[in-house]
Design a protein around this ligand. Structure first.
Ligand code: ADP
Ligand code: ZN
Length: 726
């Protein structure tokens, strides 16, 4: 009787699930997590079975139409329930966001594989191995168990044939990875260094104990964190558990992916934004059917549908891109930890510059702390020099020191990275008469001049316009370009060094994943002398020939109205500096700034994370900001300014009536720093408390108050643990 009715979550914006009748022929097929097609109003939409209530909510139930795909693993269902509650987002839409949009059955490609028949042991079959090439292949296979035929480029068909005839290996045919990133020469893993070995040992121990645990792997840039991940995953594949590796989209370079593929062949699933829907669906199916040991991808790969996840790694855990900034505003790092918890698995957060949140948790023994103090092979950390640009003549971007250092690198045929975290040619067009900058008509930000198109562009909504002849405010005719972006830097630099092979990397110059990957390959092949760009160049790359990193203007992020601005600046500079001197030759870093004494700059000079943390945590504690307190942000949006303001006021009234006791703070309402975006006026309220539960119910009350009074006329967005306060 009880399985006649089923409770289904569908992707609609009401926070409830719906009952359906199960047709008789389907009754054995449905389990919690099953994906089904159901009628909804006049549409047919996908949904997910949440459970089997004993009794129906209504007499005239509609019936499930059909079963769509494999069920979601139980822990994902549980995770969705948790996210819906924690992020205050409708359950049906939350469940929908953990399944890829186009999950359908695709015809899989087939591929040939070789593997060892039995592990050769001394005195066993190994004595039938003839010659160096055969021995090498056997050695690789005993480490990898299985390799696809096209990974065997270095071995002749004859080598494979002989080993097969000797009964040492077998050749089989199976489904291939949809996105197998090509032919990679497999490598034998390096011997771990002491600190790495200890980290791997502790992670392995936790994984095999089968209980939940979180590690913070704090290792300076180039200390071999990725190598630790690879070893820990290796142990896992042996016990039939899956591993997930999260990396920021920008770090999913061919370089990183090939390191995983060389180690695990096509038992790697790659989930990056460059996949087509169909490829993504293929990868999901390979994961679901146990053909994959490790899934690597950006934020949403945390939902990779492994039946049995043993390890979830979050590389560069401090990266803000882990926070989704629309819809379900989840933080993939925190979701990864919860998924590990539901599955009794282990989460490893890796970074050279941990977020204050994670380091705080490690210091308070919520996480286990693993430290890699040294770079691989004891390569020294780069020397960092700070240059006060207040002393430079106005209009000059480059200090003589930076220029002469670049020249030296060019002479020695070494590479330079230059960071400037601002796109465009010049920052802004300013009216010399009234001093106002030309702004975007629909966002409250200045427009940026882009030289190739000779247009002004809004970096928020994309609005593109010709520079005006007159100031729209006062009618003044003397307009001037102020500040400098990557395009201007490029032009000036090329003038200094006409023969240098100079490339720019920012989202204007490099469009799409392929162009980005290709540029990285050119740097790797040393076809580029100077790579300059925005934060895109600071992330995770490992270029051994880079011996100089210049931060042209370290102050860009420092003056933002965001309590994390010092943390972000420290991270960006430290990460950028970490690109220098990763090869044989030691590296050097030049930081140009107007704030040479700022603690975030001083501590990045000495690579002193602890020093930075100790100062920053004092400030956070005083103000009750994270990681001490929790924040929930309420945002009110409307094309009408007065409406957005009034809605914020309404929420504020309701919340302040209910607020009691000490320790809860309500900030605002105030216009958001970007008070207008894409034509919408934005106001915000911030709720702060050490106790999440206290502000959670207040946030719900605030949202309800606005929905009761304004209905759909004003949009209320709840952002739990917000990263973006702009
Ligand atoms: P991180 O992720 O901390 O930046 P990586 O794992 O990328 O560091 O290591 C930096 C470089 O050192 C890579 O080229 C890597 O192959 C190499 N490496 C890492 N561990 C070892 C080791 N134990 N022995 C030799 N080389 C290593
Ligand atoms: Zn705009």
């Amino acid at each position: 009787m009880s399985n006649l009715i089923v409770d289904i979550a569908v992707g609609v914006s009401v926070n409830k699930t719906f009952h359906y009748r199960v047709p008789e022929e389907m009754q054995g097929d449905l389990v919690p997590g099953s994906r089904v097609l159901v009628p909804f109003g006049s549409r047919r939409i996908p949904g997910t079975v949440m459970g089997f209530p004993g009794r129906a909510e209504a007499a005239d139930l509609k019936s499930v139409i059909k079963v769509l795909d494999n069920p979601l693993p139980c822990d994902l269902l549980e995770l969705a329930r948790w996210m819906s509650d924690y992020y205050m987002y409708p359950l049906g839409q939350t469940v929908e966001s953990v399944v890829p949009k186009a999950l359908f059955r695709a015809k899989p490609k087939k591929k040939k594989y070789v593997r060892l028949l039995t592990n050769p042991s001394p005195g066993g079959k190994r004595d039938r191995v003839r010659g160096k090439k055969q021995a090498e292949l056997v050695c690789l296979l005993s480490d990898r168990e299985e390799m696809s035929i096209d990974e065997l480029g270095a071995f002749s068909a004859q080598t494979v044939k002989s080993l097969r005839e000797a009964g040492i290996i077998e050749v089989l045919e199976r489904e291939a990875a949809a996105s197998a990133p090509g032919e990679f020469t497999p490598t034998i893993p390096p011997e771990l260094m002491t600190e790495q070995r200890e980290a791997v040992r502790r992670i392995d121990e936790a994984v095999s104990s089968g209980s939940f645990g979180v590690f913070l792997l704090h290792g300076v840039t180039g200390s071999g964190k990725t190598e630790v991940y690879l070893h820990a995953i290796k142990q896992l594949a042996g016990v039939g558990k899956g591993a997930i590796v999260l990396a920021p989209e920008i770090a999913l370079t061919p370089q990183l992916l090939s390191r995983f593929c060389r180690r695990f062949g096509d038992r790697v699933a790659v989930l990056h934004s460059g996949l087509t829907d169909r490829e993504r669906a293929d990868e999901y199916r390979r994961i679901q059917t146990g053909r994959v040991d490790v899934a690597i991808g950006a934020r949403s790969a945390v939902f990779a549908p492994f039946e049995n996840v043993g390890l979830i790694i979050v590389d560069e855990e401090h990266e803000n891109s882990y926070k989704q900034d629309e819809g379900l505003r989840y933080h993939a790092r925190d979701v990864a930890i919860m998924r590990a918890k539901f599955r009794n698995a282990v989460a490893v957060l890796g970074s050279a510059t941990p977020s204050l949140e994670s380091y705080y948790n490690a210091m308070n023994n919520k996480y286990q702390y693993l430290r890699l103090e040294r770079r691989v092979d004891h390569r020294p950390m780069p020397a960092v020099e700070i240059i006060d640009v207040k002393a430079l003549p106005k209009q000059e971007l480059y200090s003589p020191r930076l220029l002469s250092d670049i020249r030296q690198r060019l002479e020695k045929n070494e590479q330079t990275l230059l960071l400037l975290n601002r796109r465009g040619f010049s920052s802004v067009l300013i009216c010399r008469e009234c001093g106002a900058a030309i702004k975007c008509p629909s966002c409250s930000v200045s427009l940026t001049y882009h030289k190739p198109e000779q247009k002004l562009k809004c970096h928020y909504c994309g609005h593109l316009t010709r520079p005006p002849d007159k100031c729209p405010g006062c009618g003044g005719i003397e307009l001037a370009l102020i500040g400098s972006g990557t395009q201007k830097i490029e032009e000036e630099l090329q003038a200094f060094f006409p023969a240098a092979r100079l490339r720019r990397m920012d989202s204007d110059a490099v469009k799409g994943k392929q162009a980005y990957d290709e540029l990285l390959r050119q740097v790797d092949r040393r076809e580029v002398d100077i790579l300059l760009g925005t934060q895109m160049i600071a992330k995770g790359h490992d270029f051994p020939a880079v011996t100089l990193v210049g931060v042209v203007d370290a102050d860009v992020g420092l003056n933002l109205p965001d309590f994390r601005s010092a943390e972000k600046t420290f991270q960006l500079i430290t990460q950028a500096a970490g690109r220098a001197g990763r090869g044989e030759t030691s590296g050097e870093v030049i930081i140009q700034t107007m704030n040479p004494n700022h603690y975030s700059i001083q501590h990045s000079r000495t690579h002193d994370y602890e020093g930075f943390y100790n100062e920053e945590i004092v400030f956070r504690t005083e103000l009750g900001y994270p990681p001490i307190g929790r924040i929930i942000k309420l945002e009110f949006k409307s094309p009408q300014e007065s409406l957005a303001a009034e809605a914020a006021k309404t929420a504020q009234n309701r919340i302040s009536k209910l607020m009691r006791g000490k320790g809860t703070v309500l900030l605002g309402p105030a216009p958001a720093p970007l008070s207008r975006l894409r034509g919408q006026y934005r106001f915000q309220l911030l709720l702060l408390s050490q106790k999440r539960e206290a502000i959670r119910s207040l946030a719900i009350e605030g949202r309800n108050a606005v929905e009761e009074k304004f209905g759909r006329k004003c949009k209320v967005i709840v952002d739990v643990d917000p990263i973006n306060l702009m």
